[in-house]
Every structure is written in C-alpha cells, then in structure tokens.
Write a protein that binds this ligand. Structure first.
Ligand code: RFL
Ligand code: PHB
Length: 389
C-alpha cells in the first residue's frame, strides 16, 4: 500500500486531519489499533471553540454540529456559596458550542466512510519506520496478515499512550510534565441539566463541574482522590457529594437519576518538544495533555491538525516546505498558552490540601478579584473561547 500521508490514530485529531487533507486533495490512510465502537465508547470532552467549529465546517462535517450543538454565550463560576457569570459573548464577541467529542468523532467517521476514504481499524503491532529519512513507512498486522504502508509523511495522532512519540529517540525530544494529586470522577445521566451553561465550582470539599450533552443529558464531575475507583462511587454517593459542592440556587435545580457511564480521569499537564521529527509530525494528545478544567484538550488537537493540514496542502500544491518547517514552532506557541490557562484555572478551582487554609483563601481572593475586574474577566473569557490559530 502507498499513500501521501499515513495517519496513526482515528481519534478526533486523526479523523479531522484526514477530512481536511481530503478537502485539499491530499491522500491519506488512517491506521487505528481499536475498533470503531471502542473509539466511540470513550466519553471525553464536550466544549468546542469557534476555531474548531470553523475547522469542522472547512472539512464539510459541521452540519449536525450546527443543528444539535448548544451555543453558550457564557459560563458560570461558583464559589463562596454564590454563582457568578463570565459573559463570553459580551466580553469577546465569541461563543462556545456544547457538543460531545463522541458526536464529533461519529460525524467524522460517517463522512470518511461516505467518501470511501481508507481507514484500517483493529490494526495490531503498529510501528513507524525511517521517518528521519526520505522514505518513511508504517507496518502493522490486520487479521493476522503483515502489512506495509509506504508514505511521504507520518502524522502521529495516536494519543498520549501511542507509538509515534515513543518511537522518537530520547535525545531528540524534551518533555515537560506536571501531574496533579487528584482526578475527576465523571458521570453521564439522562436527567435535565441544572444549567445550559457550564458551571465550574470551587468548594471546600473539592471542585465540581456541571456540563451537559443535550437538553436531557447531563455530564457532571467531582474532584476525587487519585486512588478512588468508579466502584467506590455509588450513584447515591455521587449525587450527594455533587449537590454539596454547588451553591444552593443550583443545587436546588438538581435532578438525579441512574448514571449510565462513570469513569475517573487523572489530571496532567504535559508537552513534548518539538512536534516534528523529520517526516513525522505529532498532533493532539500525542504531543500534549492539559488538565480538562479549561476544556482545551480537544480544541488544541483541532488547532494542531488545522495547521498541519494547511502546511501539507501547501507542500503538495506549491512544493514549498515553509509551512511544514514552521509547524512545530507555531503549534507549540499556541499549546503553551493553553497549557498556562488550563494550569491556572485548575489551580484556582481545585482543593489542594497541601496548600492549607492559606491556599484556599488565596483562591477565593483571586476569584473575588476576577469578579470585580472587567479586565481580568476579559482575559479569562479570551482564553476560554480560544486563541486564534
Ligand atoms: P485520542 O482521542 O486519544 O485518539 C488517539 C487514537 O489513537 C489510537 N492509538 C493508536 N492507533 C494505532 N496504533 C497505535 N499504536 C495507537 N495508540 C493509540 C487510539 O486508540 C485513539 O483512537 O487523541 P486525539 O485524537 O489527539 O484527541 C485528543 C482528545 O481526545 C483529548 O484531548 C480530549 O479528549 C482530552 N480530554 C478532555 N478534553 C476536554 O477538553 N474536556 C474533557 O472533559 C476531557 N476529558 C480527556 C477527557 C482525555 C481523557 N484521556 C486521554 C484519558 C477524559 C479522558 C479520560
Ligand atoms: C465536559 O462536558 O465533559 C466538559 C466541559 C467543560 C470542561 C471539561 C469537560 O472544562
């Protein structure tokens, strides 16, 4: 098999890159180690920035998102027993769209299948070769048969635990990491959400987040110890803890019910530099992780593949390597700003027992100041709606 771009990973980064390249007339084959159902079963992000919505439109897959996505003109910060609103639209002129990562992935998968574009699911032992030379290739096994995919470039869209970043020699890559001493327990339940705008709550018992997937489906989270297991959290225990962390006005609106998904995610900040190694380009979680507090993970992934698709299209159209040569620098400049915002928002909103009562008072002082300062609210809003590509 031969293609122009071998894309490793059929998560949102890989599929969106494939769709954008197709629009630019560039061929790609996507190689994914899991099944389509497994990929769709992962419940993750829920908030799309305008840049990501624009890229979905550019890829020709934005129709359902515009029909079913819920446009939010603000979000809510709860602390000290009260709710406060950050007015995104008034402060920045921009909004965000609540639309689950699962739906983004489904739309991209359906469009790829409808266009007859090649995707190999359940590929085993995926390995990448000779990306520092001029003739890279990918090997894997499909249904027990060894396969080789020759290509001009490899896009490493295979997430944090993927094979692409791991294939780079240690002396060519530098990594930066911060692991937070807690996780998020998330549930999905078919109950009316407490608010159509996302609520971030700082509470002495720990952080809580109220999000949604539709007017009838809620996605709620609580900060929990890292060694907790989902089985430790009965629905009753979750609802009780979640309600205690919300201000009374919002807790009063809480509708409870049986959850149908429950999982715990660790919180991490991570960046790998550079994002290009010869003919290998990393994108999305393969190159960087943010804690989910700023809702940036999926959006950063989209930003990377937006830049990469333009650079590859320019390469094939104009025989120019300028965009490819600049990819890592441009992507990282954006990544680090999102890392900073996600780290700052995480630090202000979560309980850090090791910081004691002084740390907790500092958080409230910062939140109080934020709500009294239009300048600071504007800075927060600007980051939340997403920085330009
Ligand atoms: P993904 O989604 O991890 O997709 C990578 C794909 O690559 C496949 N793969 C391989 N394929 C072939 N060969 C190999 N050797 C491979 N190794 C892996 C995987 O099976 C997978 O299909 O990365 P991508 O596309 O870069 O997308 C990034 C986003 O998924 C991610 O940034 C966000 O979901 C992060 N994230 C969240 N972001 C938010 O903005 N809000 C959230 O609430 C939120 N919750 C989360 C999250 C990430 C989580 N992870 C990574 C554990 C919750 C979790 C649990
Ligand atoms: C979600 O809906 O899953 C979600 C929303 C906002 C965040 C993180 C996750 O900051």
């Amino acid at each position: 098999m031969r293609t122009q771009v071998a894309i490793i990973g059929a998560g949102p980064s890989g599929l969106l890159l494939g769709a954008l390249l197709h629009k630019h007339g560039v061929d790609a084959v996507v190689v994914e180690q899991r099944s389509p159902d497994y990929v769709l079963g992962r419940i993750r992000a829920g908030v799309l920035e305008q840049v990501m919505v624009d890229l979905m439109d550019e890829a020709g897959v934005g129709a359902r998102l515009h029909r079913e996505g819920l446009v939010d003109e603000g979000f809510v910060l709860a602390f000290g027993g009260q709710s406060h609103r950050i007015e995104l639209k008034r402060l920045t002129g921009k909004t965000v769209v609540v639309y689950g990562q699962t739906e983004v992935t489904r739309d991209l998968m359906d469009a790829r299948a409808a266009a007859g574009l090649p995707t190999v699911y359940e590929a085993e032992d995926v390995a990448i070769h000779d990306f520092e030379g001029t003739a890279p290739f990918v090997t894997f096994r499909k249904d027990g048969v060894a396969q080789r995919l020759d290509c001009d470039f490899i896009a490493g869209c295979d997430g944090f635990h993927g094979v692409c970043r791991a294939s780079v020699p240690a002396d060519r890559i530098q990594t930066f990491e911060k692991v937070y001493p807690f996780g998020w327990l998330g549930i999905l339940a078919d109950v009316k959400p407490i608010s159509h705008e996302i609520v971030y709550a700082n509470h002495e018992r720990g952080f809580a987040l109220a999000s949604l997937r539709s007017p009838t489906r809620s996605r709620y989270y609580v900060q929990c110890p890292l060694d907790d297991k989902p089985e430790d959290w009965s629905d009753a225990r979750f609802w009780d803890e979640f309600a205690r962390r919300l201000p009374a006005d919002l807790a009063g609106k809480l509708v409870t019910g049986a959850s149908f998904e429950k999982s715990i995610a660790p919180l991490r900040s991570f960046v790998a530099e550079p994002m290009r190694f010869g003919r290998l380009f990393l994108a999305g979680d393969a190159a960087h992780i943010v804690p989910p507090t700023g809702a940036k993970g999926l959006n950063l992934a989209a930003g990377d593949v937006g830049l990469l698709s333009r650079a590859l299209a320019e390469h094939y159209r104009e025989r120019s390597s300028a965009g490819l040569d600049d990819y890592s620098r441009r992507a990282l400049a954006r990544v680090w700003k999102a890392e900073r915002f996600s780290w700052w928002f995480t630090t202000m909103m979560h309980l850090f027992p090791e910081n004691g009562a002084f740390g907790a008072r500092m958080q409230i002082a910062e939140l109080d100041y934020l709500m009294s300062s239009e300048a600071m609210q504007t800075a927060v809003a600007e980051n939340y709606v997403g920085l330009p590509l």
